[in-house]
Unconditional design. Structure first.
Length: 545
């Protein structure tokens, strides 16, 4: 927990990690004695009904499932695939894994069979917990998963071929369980990267990773408190299968004894999002950039009543001035941008409460993290304005242990005690970081190095643009030229967008950026390729151009 200081630099100077030798995520959340009577989860059902789960409810159910794991004779560090959306069973499954010393694998419930097969085979998962949709997918690939022994379904009542019903299993199990005494460095989860570059890799995270996340959650959410009465309430549309949903919201909130709203959604709905935030009086939310852009397209200017938001955090893609101003006007609070990766999350952030925010900046290094920018030779860049790769000191507790059974990739990621992100940025004279893009996304045009983010920000501020991706395409004269692939607000005319609109967008960018940064090529499309976490897959766009 951070000291509530009004000076960010002083906060960084006084901060010290206090990571115990023994630590377990479940012990630090649902097992906390003073949390037991508090509401842990507000489960919003499809028909609008609400279920409330106390920390004691979650703890007892997790104890029961941990006993089931022991009854199934799962080995120590056995991998358990969890193919579920935001629902109580997902949280219970993770806690049961933590309690019993198993390694949970959050898996997106909209994954297809190929994606599930790759991850379950690679991790050698011995058990899967899923719903009926997931069960059908697993049955299609089960004969190609030699390590998968048992399946628990939260919906199916059939008990056959080692397929068991979640509720019936828990009914027969004891709600008493002694949480295993794990070291802080013991593995807790495998979270597979979304694979914007190359295939997915399993980032193995230790139990201490939750403690490592706490400063990076407190900074964008402008400090949190474990004391009663609890006034904060968290929700995110980001699925709990991803680090943004699990470690940016659910687990840190429970570390503080703060309730979380869950909702099983198959698709992001901006209108529903406004209603949910208003109806349940959500106080804190992580809204990915794609979600914010969709909300802005749905409601560009009309004030929304009854919003009680206190903090909004966002990260993954640059937001841009226009979107940030919209957030202040419509959502009523500033949006604190942050930066992180699955392998080393929430290491740079803004905190509007104690530091000035700067247009286009992802903030400063979060207390407890040493973050640098280096050139292609690995030399430290000290001069303001010069871009290079972001690297993070890997001894931070938020850092992953390794890639699961992939030493070559681990050694490429972590060199000489520094984690190489593959992301490019620059710093200004006050130490603020400005994200430019992935190493492969940087565009070299006429001798200039251009990051796609700043061009996308400029294009997004055009009133006719809803979403955009910027890439570099080969050019004999300039090496590369900038191409913008644009989704407009008027989808009816997407195939007949005219040269006049292209010219308008190009002139708009020229006025906001340098002349060499405007898109010489523009293509209008109905949608952009996105990862399951909502990030633009520029690699796919480059391959098709």
């Amino acid at each position: 927990m951070l000291q509530k200081l009004n000076n960010f630099d002083q906060l960084c100077l006084t901060f010290k990690w206090n990571i115990p030798e023994f630590y377990n995520i479940a012990s630090d959340t649902v097992d906390q004695d003073n949390y037991q009577s508090r509401i842990a989860l507000i489960n919003y059902l499809q028909e609008g009904k609400i279920e409330k789960w106390t920390f004691l409810d979650i703890k007892k159910s997790a104890n029961k499932l941990a006993n089931v794991f022991d009854y199934f004779n799962l080995e120590a560090n056995a991998r358990v695939g969890i193919i579920l959306g935001q629902c109580p069973e997902t949280a219970i499954a993770h806690m049961a894994c933590f309690k019993s010393g198993k390694i949970s694998i959050p898996l997106f419930n909209l994954f297809g069979t190929d994606a599930l097969h790759y991850r379950l085979l690679n991790s050698r998962a011995s058990l899967v917990i899923c719903d009926n949709i997931g069960l059908n997918k697993i049955m299609d690939i089960r004969n190609r998963l030699p390590d998968l022994k048992k399946i628990i379904c939260i919906e199916s009542n059939d008990v056959k071929s080692n397929i068991f019903n979640f509720k019936k299993l828990l009914e027969k199990a004891s709600d008493s369980y002694t949480t295993k005494k794990t070291k802080a460095s013991d593995p807790a989860l495998i979270i597979y990267t979304s694979g914007t570059t190359g295939g997915p890799k399993g980032a193995l995270l230790p139990h201490r990773s939750l403690l490592g996340h706490i400063p990076g959650v407190e900074i964008p959410h402008e400090f949190l408190s474990s004391s009663e009465p609890v006034t904060d309430l968290f929700w995110t549309p980001a699925d709990w299968a991803w680090i943004g949903g699990l470690f940016d919201v659910l687990l840190p909130a429970w570390h503080f004894g703060i309730p979380v709203v869950s909702y099983r959604s198959q698709k992001f709905d901006p209108e529903f999002t406004f209603d949910l935030i208003s109806k349940l009086e959500i106080k804190n939310t992580f809204l990915p950039p794609t979600a914010l852009k969709m909300m802005k397209s749905f409601n560009p200017s009309k004030t929304v009543k009854n919003l009680k938001l206190r903090t909004i955090g966002s990260g993954g893609e640059a937001l841009g001035e226009d979107l940030l101003e919209w957030g202040k006007k419509i959502l009523g609070v500033g949006i604190n941008e942050f930066y992180g990766q699955t392998e080393c999350n929430l290491t740079v952030s803004n905190c509007g409460a104690i530091m000035p925010t700067k247009q286009g900046s992802i903030g400063k290094p979060v207390p407890g993290h040493e973050v640098r920018i280096v050139n292609y030779n690995g030399d430290l860049i000290k001069e303001p304005g010069l871009d290079g790769e972001i690297i993070v000191k890997s001894d931070t507790p938020v850092s992953f242990l390794k890639y699961w059974e992939n030493d070559a990739a681990t050694n490429e990621k972590v060199k000489n005690g520094w984690l190489h992100t593959g992301d490019f940025a620059y710093k200004d004279e006050e130490g603020y970081f400005y994200f430019k893009g992935r190493k492969d996304d940087i565009i070299n045009t006429s001798g200039y190095r251009v990051g796609p983010s700043e061009v996308e920000d400029a294009i997004l501020s055009h009133p006719e643009v809803s979403m955009v991706a910027v890439i570099g395409v080969p050019d004999k004269l300039r090496g590369q030229i900038i191409k913008a692939i644009i989704v407009t607000g008027d989808q009816k005319n997407v195939l007949t967008q005219n040269d006049k609109l292209k010219q308008s967008i190009q002139n708009h960018v020229k006025l906001r950026l340098a002349v060499h940064e405007y898109p010489r090529l523009i293509e209008f499309v109905c949608e952009l390729p996105l990862t399951t976490t909502g990030k633009i897959i520029r690699k796919a766009l480059r391959e098709n151009n």
